[in-house]
Design a binder for this molecule. Structure first.
Ligand code: DGJ
Length: 769
């Protein structure tokens, strides 16, 4: 915290500028700075967010020369002019809708890892305070912000809007927005658009997961159309799994105002006196290295600051049973699949849906959720026989559950129909299988049921080392009637002493977080995959409790290039579960060679998801080579720094089919170790036409002075007529060649992506050392 400089005060006395008694607070990360004016008795003002070139003196001098009021750091309804939007709006018991928040105090706490600054703002009329908090990380360019709202009014106060954070971006002439929009099996479609004047709202109202349609992250490129490796870019990620709203307001008088928080629609929160409502965290970053710089910062933060469980660990290579056998689980099939993944050199087998149900066997998706007992018709010797079989094969064992759901055809529903979200007297809206409902995670009994179920599963089967936690239903029955009965309960709220349970959309997630915290407290080492019909829960609200997430239910390798590309904007590769699927692929019917399927899955956390019994000899050999090579490269791929080189979106002609692209359409990315001594490059050809000009690929992130030797990996297998079998293939001519980092980055390489192939979808992986 520092006072305005002496010069400023002297100038003020001389009448050059109006006297102010500003108290600037500067928050810093390694390369960024946020400057606030925290003058006591005034609005907390946001003056600057960017790199370290701006000092408080610069900002102060600039402020003095313009007539615009600085933006409030947490704009309140009733305290802002008509061109601004509020970040907070409340209704006091007497109907007063206003807040006039003024700085009361500032506290700063320094730890080895971060500096936490808390600005306490008090309303001028009512005993209501808002603590605006900023956590500036010392080792990574992320500032997290959130607020804590509390009051001592005589009656409850209704929170009508309560954003996690707000950011004022001073310039607004040519700002571009990048965000992800998608759907089930088509997640994370990247959209870049110029931000026009007016209001842009990005919102998701699914209820139980928030990343399938619009995702709660965005980037803002401040220097015009976004670039991967240059330009100033701000990144924002709301750490919340429920409904959210991101608003970008670009008023006529310039600038851009970013607001992010829980979606206020249907989310009014009644805050009792002396309770604290804590908003989810909003993570902000700023980079001068383009979108890639923002992505790398989010990845580093996720891994090293607790936003990805066990973030700095690599994940095992697995076989998942789902697309191989679906619900047709038998002991023999499962053991056969374990033999297969062990033979491929994998490390883990995961038994997916279909293993449970007593009175109602889980033979399809219309029954049994909630009945977490082994179906002994399918698995007569129980889970123990399977875990022993896994142990004997020196692989780990994982299992699928969907703990937050119940089918109306289940023993759980027969015993506890009231545990499902519903409104008494209204017809139930049923989800997957025509019978699926969401359990009421606001109910402490349901929370205990889920915790105990997971606890029993893990304590009775100590060899289970991995859980796939699925969530396949949106909230469709808005059971306020049930939650209202508990509205006087002392529990609930975003922190333990927060408001009573009173809003389904919020309290559902608080209940879920409570469950996850309890499970993690007892089982910190279990690997848990976050799955929601694919990537429906890829968000930083849940990832602190999960080691990875299932990127998409769509395993078509071509579409996966796009899905994984978009997902990588915000999430690190060791969190991204990517599986080699079958061909022709069941969703799209596309025939994709095994080499391409392996190469696409190998760029994240590698797995296999098909029936190995149906694989050809060629596929089996290619997979074995892929797994061996992947395991050697795994630390670089899963923990290295990502550089996206050529976007699959670049070639518009391929997207619209208007004309054949003259130049090959390619996607390429690479991972580089921190010391820049090693890297792995992935290149995929998305079009393969005769006489197409090859695409030159410029690498990134290397040391220009270093000399790198290229080694081709996962070399395509060949049929060896001499032995009458599939055999190892020959590497391309670049194998063993040396180049300087400078050459690779500024001139680049023409990769042999089509000429040596007679197969569609050529692809290459190179290890650089
Ligand atoms: C949806 C998941 O995304 C799939 O991977 C699979 O686990 C199914 N649920 C099982 O029902």
């Amino acid at each position: 915290m520092r006072k305005c400089n002496l010069l400023f005060l002297v100038m003020a006395c001389m009448g050059l500028i109006c006297p102010v008694h500003a108290t600037f607070v500067t928050l810093e990360t390694p390369n960024t700075r946020l400057i606030l004016d925290a003058t006591e008795g005034q609005q907390l003002a946001m003056l600057y967010y960017g790199d370290k070139s701006a000092t408080p003196d610069d900002i102060s001098n600039q402020q003095s020369a313009i007539s615009n009021q600085p933006s409030a750091a947490y704009p309140a309804f009733g305290d802002i002019d008509m061109i601004h939007l509020p970040a907070i709006q409340v209704q006091h018991a007497d109907g007063d809708l206003s807040l006039n928040l003024r700085v009361k105090s500032v506290e700063q706490l320094s730890t080895f890892n971060f500096q936490l600054s808390t600005f306490t703002l008090a309303d001028t009329r009512q005993p209501l305070t808002v603590r605006v908090c900023y956590k500036a990380w010392r080792n990574v360019d992320i500032i997290e912000t959130w607020t804590e709202i509390e009051h001592q009014e005589k009656q409850p106060v209704t929170l009508k809007r309560f954003d996690s954070g707000y950011l004022h971006i001073g310039e607004g002439d040519n700002v571009w927005l990048t965000h992800l929009h998608g759907d089930w099996a088509a997640e994370a479609v990247v959209t870049h658009e110029p931000l026009t004047r007016g209001l842009k709202v990005i919102r998701n109202t699914d209820g139980s997961r928030n990343a399938h349609l619009d995702a709660p992250e965005l980037m803002l490129s401040l220097d015009g159309a976004p670039s991967e490796n240059s330009g100033r870019v701000i990144g924002a990620a709301l750490c919340w799994n429920g409904n959210f709203e991101l608003r970008l307001n670009a008023p006529n008088n310039g600038g851009v105002h970013l607001y992010a928080g829980i979606d206020p629609q249907s989310s009014e929160y009644v805050l009792a006196p002396k309770r604290v409502f804590t908003t989810p965290h909003l993570a902000l970053t700023y980079s001068t290295e383009g979108m890639g710089g923002v992505s790398r910062t989010f990845h580093r933060w996720a891994r090293s600051c607790g936003y990805l469980h066990d973030g700095n660990a690599t994940r095992d290579v697995l076989l998942n049973s789902w697309e191989g056998i679906y619900f047709d689980i038998t002991e023999q099939r499962i053991i056969d699949m374990m033999d297969d993944i062990a033979a491929f050199g994998g490390e883990l087998f995961v038994m997916d849906d279909g293993w449970f149900g007593d009175k109602y066997p889980r033979n399809d998706d219309s029954s049994s959720l909630g009945d977490w007992v082994v179906d002994t018709r399918k698995l007569p010797n129980g889970l123990q026989a399977l875990t022993e079989a896994a142990k004997a094969r020196h692989i780990k064992f994982g299992i699928w559950i969907e703990p937050e759901a119940v089918n109306t055809v289940s023993e759980l529903y027969e015993q506890h129909p009231d545990w499902a979200l519903q409104v008494p007297g209204r017809e139930l809206k049923l989800g997957r299988g025509g019978t699926q409902l969401v359990l009421d995670m606001t109910n402490p009994k349901v929370q205990d049921f889920v915790v105990n179920m997971v606890d029993e599963l893990l304590s009775n089967n100590p060899y289970i080392s991995y859980i796939k936690w699925d969530a396949n239903a949106s909230i469709q029955n808005y059971g306020h009637a049930l939650t209202a009965q508990r509205s006087n309960s002392p529990k609930g709220g975003l922190t333990s002493n927060s408001a009573a349970v009173n809003n389904l959309y919020i309290d559902y997630h608080l209940g879920l977080l409570n469950v996850l915290q309890r499970i993690r407290a007892k089982y910190p080492d279990i690997v848990i995959q976050n799955c929601a019909s694919g990537g429906g829960r890829a968000n930083y609200g849940l990832m602190p409790y999960f080691d990875e997430f299932w990127v998409s239910d769509n395993n078509d390798a071509l579409q996966r290039v796009y899905i994984q590309w978009g997902t990588s904007y915000f999430f690190p590769s060791n969190a991204m579960a990517q599986h080699i699927g079958g061909s022709p692929y069941q969703m799209t019917g596309r025939v994709v060679p095994i080499k391409f399927r392996c190469d696409v899955a190998m760029s994240g956390r590698l797995g296999i998801e098909l029936q190995p019994k149906h694989m050809t000899d060629e596929e089996r050999l290619q997979c074995t080579i892929a797994l061996a090579d992947y395991k050697a490269l795994c630390p670089i791929i899963q923990l290295g720094n990502l550089y996206r080189l050529v976007s699959p979106y670049n070639d518009q002609s391929q997207m619209t089919n208007v004309k054949l692209p003259e130049t090959q359409s390619v996607a390429a990315l690479m991972y580089v170790t921190d010391d820049k001594r090693e890297a792995v490059v992935f290149a995929y050809s998305l079009t393969n036409f005769m006489k197409q000009a090859p695409r030159r690929i410029r690498f990134a992130g290397l040391d220009p002075e270093k000399v790198y030797t290229l080694e081709e990996k996962n070399i395509r297998v060949q049929y060896n007529h001499a032995i009458g079998a599939w055999d190892k293939g020959e590497p391309c001519a670049l194998h063993g060649k040396q180049f300087t980092g400078a050459y690779l980055m500024s001139v680049g390489l023409l990769l042999p992506l089509s000429t040596e192939y007679t197969q569609d979808f050529p692809s290459r992986i190179f290890y650089l050392k």
